[in-house]
Design a protein around this ligand. Structure first.
Ligand SMILES: [Zn+2]
Ligand SMILES: [Zn+2]
Ligand SMILES: [Zn+2]
Length: 122
């Protein structure tokens, strides 16, 4: 009984994740510095290490918002997100769908899911 409930809640999550929209853009504002080009931690003395101070990032469309950092480009501690490398988005293939290995959670136990690189979508 408990198991069935787990499956149900998992499926609900997957359906929610399916609504993650693919965006067909070839550049995005840098998530890590929010487009300012400055390192958010060290201010204008340092260039943002993610975009190299341009405030913009070239991406290969389509892209989806990074599942791990939810598009912020950073982890809780202020470090660059390991999954998207601070970009806040991840490139996916045109016909990408929910990852069958992790069912869209992006997680494989305590690690991130390898086939989808933690994005839950491949
Ligand atoms: Zn930046
Ligand atoms: Zn990320
Ligand atoms: Zn996966």
């Amino acid at each position: 009984m408990e198991y069935a409930q787990q499956i149900l809640s998992r499926l609900a999550k997957v359906q929610g994740r399916n609504s993650r929209k693919k965006r067909f853009v070839d550049s995005v504002p840098c998530a890590f510095c929010r487009g300012s080009g400055e390192d958010p931690k060290y201010g204008n003395a340092s260039r943002c290490s993610v975009c190299g101070a341009s405030g913009k990032l070239k991406v290969t469309p389509p892209v989806v918002t990074c599942l791990k950092c939810r598009g912020s480009g950073r982890e809780g501690s202020g470090m660059t997100c390991l999954s998207c490398k601070g970009r806040g988005v991840a490139s996916v293939s045109k016909d990408a769908g929910t990852c069958v290995k992790c069912l869209g959670t992006g997680k494989d136990g305590v690690f991130y899911c390898t086939p989808c690189k933690g994005q839950g979508i491949v």
